[in-house]
Design a protein around this ligand. Structure first.
Ligand code: GLY
Length: 349
């Protein structure tokens, strides 16, 4: 099969890699590969940390994709940080939030270890004054920039940089009629017409710092009502602090308020970060959908497949989305929870 993929973020490139492995003829179009949400992402593989009420299908898919990560990472030659994740609350109200999250994990059958303050500090000596929390042993992380770099190397010169994804969509559709090429749209928070209305961009500001202090594992925290995470890299002294969650448009630039809230919360949770150097502040839009589930599979338009809407879990879900798209192209199978046809585009009426 000849497949043209629009979008060279972690999802589009993972789809490309899987389709190439299965013997398809693939091209990828993106004017700036790896520069969208994948560039900002902290890289948490965190089904438990992201689980919430009413999102049972999403948690199920995230757990399935987590199981694919060891092989996927080995194939790409990237390291997975497997020291688990601490989920902590700074004050009593924050601990209630943590308890709510643990109730969701009980419902999903996901195990965790509830920890007292001193037990939390034993796992992460740099923690500040936290009131309680839990250890999520199976929630890991990767460096998404390393993943994208490896995928780009594997997909190689099949990636074309010279057309905008929007224009490419029209061109790809025309080409499909001429040559029976299939189009996979993986353009993140900016889908081309008629699919743009299926995505709600959800802004996230992220801060990258460098620190001489050891941060052993990912810490996800509620800090006086703010939800943040602190994600250390294995092979460097970089720590990623994220992320705001803002349902707004506007220039793709971090705001003073967003960055202040992140840093204020992060230094409460890990006070040693006060000494860290700020090396980068990034703002990108997450590709949200109306039900927070991805859009993966066929559309109402013959020959056009979506690999989109991964919202807060693009890195985690990339190998599963790649598998679902490749299976669909091979056999016509569709995972009903993520079938894009559950929504109507504006053009469908
Ligand atoms: N996956 C975390 C975030 O979207 O902020």
């Amino acid at each position: 099969m000849r497949v043209r993929i629009l979008g060279a973020g972690i999802v589009g490139l993972s789809v490309a890699d899987e389709l190439i492995r299965r013997g398809n003829e693939v091209t990828v179009v993106d004017p700036a590969p790896g520069s969208g949400a994948s560039y900002a992402a902290a890289g948490m593989l965190s089904p438990a940390g992201e689980a919430w009420y009413g999102e049972e299908d999403l948690t199920r898919l995230c757990l399935s994709s987590l199981a694919l990560w060891p092989d996927f990472a080995a194939r790409l030659g990237v390291a997975v940080h497997t020291r688990g994740t601490l989920l902590v609350g700074v004050d009593a109200g924050d601990v209630q939030q943590v308890e709510r999250q643990l109730s969701v994990l009980d419902l999903a059958g996901v195990s965790y270890e509830r920890l007292l303050r001193r037990e939390l500090v034993a796992r992460e000596p740099g923690l500040g004054r936290v009131a309680g929390g839990a250890f999520l042993a199976e929630d890991h992380s990767v460096d998404p920039r390393a993943v994208v770099a490896s995928l780009l190397e594997r997909v190689g010169d099949r990636v074309g940089l010279d057309e905008s994804a929007g224009r490419a969509a029209g061109a790809a559709r025309r080409r499909r009629v001429e040559t029976n090429t299939l189009t996979v749209i993986a353009t993140g928070a900016q889908l081309p017409a008629p699919y743009s209305s299926l995505i709600r961009p959800v802004r996230g500001d992220v801060v990258r710092v460098r620190t001489q202090e050891r941060v052993e594992r990912t810490v996800r925290a509620w800090a006086h009502g703010e939800q943040i995470y602190v994600v250390p890299r294995i092979k460097s002294d970089e720590v990623v602090i994220g992320a705001t969650t803002e349902e707004r448009d506007g220039p793709l630039l971090p705001t003073v308020e967003g960055v202040w809230r992140l840093l204020d919360s992060a230094r409460r949770v890990v006070p040693a970060l006060d000494r860290a150097s700020v090396v980068e502040v990034t703002s990108r839009d997450r590709p949200g959908t109306a039900d927070n589930l991805p859009l993966v599979g066929p559309t109402h338009e013959p020959g056009v497949v979506l690999a989109a809407g991964a919202y807060r879990n693009g890195v985690l879900l990339a190998p599963l989305i790649a598998q679902l798209v490749a299976d669909h192209i091979e056999t016509g199978s569709v995972e009903s929870a993520v079938d894009p046809r559950r929504f109507r585009t504006k053009e469908d009426g």
